[in-house]
Design a protein. Structure first.
Length: 146
């Protein structure tokens, strides 16, 4: 069911500061900055090599990301695996008895369809399944042309 690691999600208090930090390691390619009001967060995909980093910043103290950072500090938040068919991938997870956070796919960064699996079921790491449309599947997924 896995095609590749689509991205690694990192929780941060400041996307801009994190981009500056990554730039110390080498040149990076920035995806678009997206505000996802429904989940109270901002996200930006940053291509650093073959696996992009998704920087996630809370929009307010009500954000789950804020709670995550308060509890565990900034850092690794989730690993996202690309799948061809997210409904099929979810069905498989259900069959295998994995605890799903999303019973149905929902819209994610750059118009992808995503669903999360509980960290208690997978290596202690929040796990995201991602299905991307052909033509919208090249990292950093929504290049910033500005
Ligand atoms: Zn993600």
């Amino acid at each position: 069911m896995f095609k590749l690691v689509d991205h690694i999600g990192v929780a941060t208090r400041s996307i801009d500061a994190s981009v500056d930090t990554l730039r110390k390691l080498g040149p990076v390619e920035l995806g678009e900055l997206e505000t996802i009001e429904r989940y109270n967060l901002k996200a930006r995909m940053v291509r650093t090599g073959d696996v992009p980093i998704e920087l996630i910043e809370p929009l307010s103290e009500e954000s789950n990301i804020h709670a995550f950072i308060e509890k565990r500090g900034e850092g690794l938040h989730h690993i996202a695996y690309r799948v061809d068919d997210i409904e099929q991938a979810l069905a498989r997870c259900r069959e295998q008895g994995l605890r799903l956070i999303d019973e149905k796919p929902r819209p994610g960064y750059a118009e992808a369809l995503v669903a999360f699996v509980h960290p208690k079921s997978v290596l202690g790491v929040l796990t995201e399944l991602v299905q991307r449309e052909p033509g919208k599947d090249q990292a950093p997924y929504a290049p910033d042309h500005h």
